[in-house]
Design a protein around this ligand. Structure first.
Ligand code: MG
Length: 385
């Protein structure tokens, strides 16, 4: 029986994880749950899954939840998140806190020797070098939950990375694949939040619309699979049936396909190296009929170019990209900047950064805070008055 701690249990990945678990209660025990501030949903999850411990990042919300006298120990704040990530009785931590807030608990979990089912890509984008070094030192496995990386992981199937010619991440292209440059300027948050294929959280849905999510995934792949930047490519595939592909040195391409549903990669990360039954609906290719592919348009969506620049600059630059993007997405959702200025805020913030090695988590967090402040200055300069 795998003993799990789920960080980010009330988010989209967290909810899907609990759905997978509830269909396989004989395989998994939920030892701990952690959420940001949604205590109504957390309370329902506590009642259903009976964990030993629950943590709420928001201290006031944690106090509120304690008043309910639930049969569980309730912790609060950053310390509560870390405690839940490092519990002795847990062997696998599902890391699914959205955004940079997930970095520290994930790092602490690895230091405590926990295996990680990783959905929080920001942990690798901000501190990939530190995270992967720590994981290898502790003999901890990091199994990707992100659908593209799960696909690559399944295609590689333990093969030597020397046999890989190219990792090809697929991208749906988001809701604005067909919009011209002028139309893009005027898209609203409501339109951007309406993703054609995947049902996800707000931040990542905007990142999908800008293709910045794919950029972050390129960085994630770089660290997870330890390949040179040149060996990672992106291809648009609007149907989201192929979740990514690997081309090997003999020219053979292996692709992983399924109905687009996060329960697929979540279940694989939880049960690896086995596969669980009854996870996804049957994929009917004859009904889908067509799988299409095209090159991403980096003129309309400069995110990928910006990402490769950040990876080549190395060190703390990807961390700056991530922080500036978080600030820019927030400003777009608040209707303070137009959609197309998200790219400008990120690249202008990066231009102000002097790269350092990023050797410690503290350094990375300081750089991330610096970048958020710098991005806010850039936003003030470009904002809609
Ligand atoms: Mg993804």
């Amino acid at each position: 029986m795998k003993k799990l701690s789920i960080l980010g249990s009330t988010g989209s990945i967290g909810k899907n994880t609990l759905e997978v678990i509830s269909a396989h209660r004989d395989r998994f025990k939920v030892v701990a749950l952690a959420a940001g501030n949604n205590i109504e949903m957390l309370e329902a999850q506590i009642i259903e899954f009976r964990p030993d411990v629950a943590a709420v990042f928001d201290e006031a919300a944690a106090e509120e939840l304690k008043k309910k006298n639930l049969p569980v120990e309730i912790l609060g704040g950053q310390k509560g998140m870390i405690d839940v990530a490092t519990l002795d009785s847990v062997d696998t931590v599902v890391s699914a806190i959205s955004g940079s807030a997930g970095l520290v608990p994930t790092h602490e979990a690895i230091k405590a020797g926990k295996n990680i089912a990783l959905a929080t890509k920001e942990a690798l984008v901000m501190a990939g070098k530190i995270i992967m070094a720590e994981a290898s030192e502790r003999g901890v496995s990091i199994i990707p939950v992100d659908s593209e990386h799960s696909a690559v992981f399944q295609c590689l199937d333990g093969r030597d990375i020397e046999e890989v010619e190219k990792i090809m991440l697929t991208a749906s292209g988001g809701p604005f694949l067909k919009r011209g440059p002028d139309e893009l300027k005027n898209v609203t948050p409501a339109e951007a939040l309406n993703h054609p294929n995947w049902d996800m959280g707000r931040k990542i849905t905007i990142d999908s619309a800008t293709l910045m999510n794919k950029g972050l995934e390129v960085i994630e792949a770089y660290w997870l699979f330890n390949v040179p930047v040149e060996k990672i490519g992106v291809v648009l595939h609007p149907q989201s049936i192929i979740h990514s592909m690997v081309r090997f040195i003999d020219g053979s391409v292996i692709a992983q396909m399924s109905v687009p549903d996060m329960k697929g990669p979540i279940s694989y990360a939880l049960s690896y190296p086995e596969r669980l039954g009854k996870v996804l609906p049957t994929l009917d290719l004859a009904e889908i009929r067509e799988l299409t592919f095209e090159e991403p348009d980096v003129k309309r969506f400069p995110s990928l170019a910006i990402t490769y620049d950040a990876l080549r600059a190395g060190g703390t630059m990807p961390c700056v990209l991530n922080a500036a993007n978080e600030a820019a997405v927030e400003a777009f959702l608040d209707e303070r900047i137009p959609f197309t200025d998200i790219f400008r805020v990120v690249s202008d913030t990066m231009a102000e950064h002097e790269v350092s090695d990023g050797e410690t988590i503290e350094e990375v967090i300081n750089v991330s805070e610096w970048a958020k402040e710098k991005a806010k200055e850039v936003i003030e300069a470009v904002r809609i008055h």
